[in-house]
Design a protein around this ligand. Structure first.
Ligand code: ZN
Length: 293
């Protein structure tokens, strides 16, 4: 079945930035990859924060690409928490609602390298909740030397956020998020790809406790979390199939991803029900982002 990708990157300036570190795929290159992966349509997410980057993107670029390729892309807007007035009183709703009215379906991915409960970051989540916009977060283990919003081992600040804004739909993503599927994550391995059998960890507990937590399965982090212990993964999918969303995090031209194959094979082998397979591959995205497709 044709999939919907909830997480991808592209740039209309791919030629101009090709000399910089980490050049992105052009829209046509991303579409080529979508054809190979049998993806009907995907969400393109702008990276607006400068952390670890040689260039940043604009919301307008995403809107332009999505409106000129309406059969291939939806788009997210993104707001760095320092935008507006660079205070925790900034009316970020004004910005978010502006882009929402222009067609943005969510906010993210949030990559600013600040603590989740930094007053400015908290203000961003407050306004995402107010505007009823789902938010995708890239989680990191520390300040400096990386990108993404920072939480401690065991994700106590993410829990605080989920509790504080029960209406806010948060899509968790990245190694620091997914490694917490198991209980064998440590300060030393939380930035990597933790392997081995899974004994239920923080992510499982948070999913049970907080219905506003969703999981973005994109990138190697999502794939690793499922493929490291397949018996566990099938049970995990059975329990949380309503809140898992297929994604690629495609970024480079001709980048390889593994999750689509894994999901297809797991379904063909009878390890995932048809219902859950369809939910993960597209139905959850249609519902969460109110898509007409
Ligand atoms: Zn990404």
């Amino acid at each position: 079945m044709k999939k919907i990708d909830v997480h991808a990157h592209t740039s209309m300036w791919s030629d101009a930035i090709s000399g910089l570190k980490a050049p992105m795929a052009s829209p046509d290159q991303l579409k080529e990859n979508y054809k190979n992966l049998d993806i009907e349509k995907g969400f393109i997410l702008p990276i607006v924060s400068p952390d670890c980057r040689g260039y940043v993107q604009s919301n307008e670029e995403m809107e332009y690409i999505a409106t000129t390729h309406p059969d291939s892309f939806f788009w997210f807007c993104n707001v760095d928490p320092r935008m507006g007035d660079n205070t925790n009183q900034s009316d970020l709703s004004e910005i978010i609602n502006y882009y929402k009215q222009r067609g943005a379906k969510g906010v993210g991915e949030v990559t600013a390298n600040m603590y989740i409960d930094d007053p400015l970051m908290d203000n961003l989540f407050y306004h995402c909740s107010l505007c009823n916009m789902p938010v995708t977060i890239h989680m990191a283990s520390k300040k400096y030397g990386g990108y993404g919003i920072v939480d401690d081992l065991g994700l106590p600040k993410l829990e605080k956020l989920l509790k504080k804004y029960p209406e806010l739909k948060v899509l968790g993503h990245s190694q620091c998020f997914w490694n917490e599927i198991g209980d064998n994550v440590t300060e030393e391995n939380r930035d990597g790809y933790v392997k081995g059998k899974v004994t239920e960890g923080t992510v499982v507990r948070l999913l049970r406790q907080y219905p506003n937590l969703y999981c973005d399965l994109s990138a190697t982090s999502g794939y690793n979390a499922l493929s490291r212990d397949e018996d566990f993964a099938y049970k995990f999918i059975e329990e949380f199939g309503d809140r898992l969303l297929y994604g690629t995090d495609l970024y480079y031209p001709q980048q390889e991803t593994f999750l689509a194959d894994w999901l297809d094979k797991s379904y063909e082998n009878g390890c995932i029900t048809k219902e859950n397979y369809e939910k993960i591959c597209r139905e959850n995205a249609i519902k969460l982002f109110n898509l007409s497709i």
